[in-house]
Design a protein around this ligand. Sequence first.
Ligand code: AMP
Ligand code: MG
Length: 516
Amino acid sequence: MPSLPDAATASSDPAADAMFPPGPPPVDLGLQWVHGYAQLGPAFYTELRPTPLPAPHLVGLSTNLARELGLDPARLATPEVLAALTGSGMLAGARPLATVYSGHQFGVWAGQLGDGRALLLGEAQTAAGPQEIQLKGAGRTPYSRMGDGRAVLRSSIREFLCSEAMAGLGIPTTRALAVTGSPAPVLREEVETAAVVTRVAPSFIRFGHFEHFASTGQEAALRQLTDYVIDRYYPECRTGPAHERLGGNAVAAFLEQVSERTAALMAQWQAVGFCHGVMNTDNLSILGLTLDYGPFQFLDGFDPDHICNHSDSGGRYAYNRQPNVAYWNLYCLGQALLPLIGDQDVAVAALTSYKTVFPRELQARMQAKLGLLHTREDDRTLIEDVLKLLAAGRVDYTLFWRRLSDHVAGGPIDPVRDLFVDRTAMDAWLQRYVDRRADEPDDGAGARMRAVNPKYVLRNHLGELAIRQARTGDFSGVSRLLAVLQDPFAEHPQAHDDYAGLPPEWASSIEISCSS
Ligand code: AMP
Ligand code: MG
């Protein structure tokens, strides 16, 4: 691989060096950089430095992720690293750039978007393989449009906690290494303060990157991007069974793989009760990761029509619509890849696997939640019926599954029944469940269920309480919540009362919108 100049010490653009006089010496974390994305060339991004934030302080650090990456958590908390993560300094070997993409927002073509407030520092070789490192909230870029390039403390804490919570749940996601705060004011509905999330993922490439080059007729760039993504992340598409089945069409095989990963992700979101809130095509990861945490929410009381984004008046991204919207977004990706696939029927065939993979994956997740090892014909009805009962009583989704797990593990049934107003209907369902379980060997179903039905999820009010405390300069609530969310299936008796109970009355009045 050709080596590239180190932007921190030798920018490719002398004019940029003059505009951005050198700050403190780059901080060497011992990372080896690859810069795969940067090698695509200038049509794909703009190189620029972050805009420094004054007086940075550490708000949250994922020591788990630091260790997975082979980084020393104590080093990350030093003033020089905090400065590098908030734009006053730079990590040695980084080559900051903002990528260009386009996308469909709320079902409408939005044209060019791009990293309006995130800067990609590059791709580092880590103990967890090659990982891109991004600073979200690092200042304006050529793609900021009307935005200020900043992220506020509240939404940065939410993204940080939820990224690590999803990882703890075993759900594919971009990760968050740290949140760094600054007293710098940022205007939203009111004046707030700025923060930066240091995000980590094998790639931050979105469906919208492909739509960008397709919509602007840049077919050579579209091919270059597609080849790069296939070679780096989907090499099996050049030779594997999907390639053969789709007539030797590697791009179609790639589309099929993305469809399947997205289908599997949707099944995991639905099973855990996660609402993303802004499933625009520019927020869908080409690797099938949960990406761009904005107005997301874990369901409290089960409501299939729940809308977590206060700006989504039509409910396009309501909980029960997520699987269909993902499919719609995959169609947009398919449309963008069509010039490379060359045959509409092959493209449609590649997308069709979503329709078998999603229900299969969801069924498997729900069977596991019920502790059932084998699949029976009427299991689907058993699942649908309990969801109807949960919806009718707006029963707390997380508590129901965890209490059912505790009961199957040998605990009393009352904590489950107590969640329902219509006990007669629930008793009838429970009897069906008992009968169904009698068909299966009882080999530790309770323990299996506790390993898939989390005791702790990042409920809105838990995040809100940690944020309120953080606004007073006390970040202990963020770390305490993080520790539990990173290990959400364990009991954590000391955290039980604070984090595992029903949400308070005021939780339902929390309004989270796109503005963050
Ligand atoms: P989102 O819906 O948060 O994923 O953002 C949609 C687009 O708006 C992306 O291109 C973001 O980079 C951009 N954006 C969001 N907030 C800001 C901001 N405060 N400043 C600049 N760009 C932003
Ligand atoms: Mg986004």
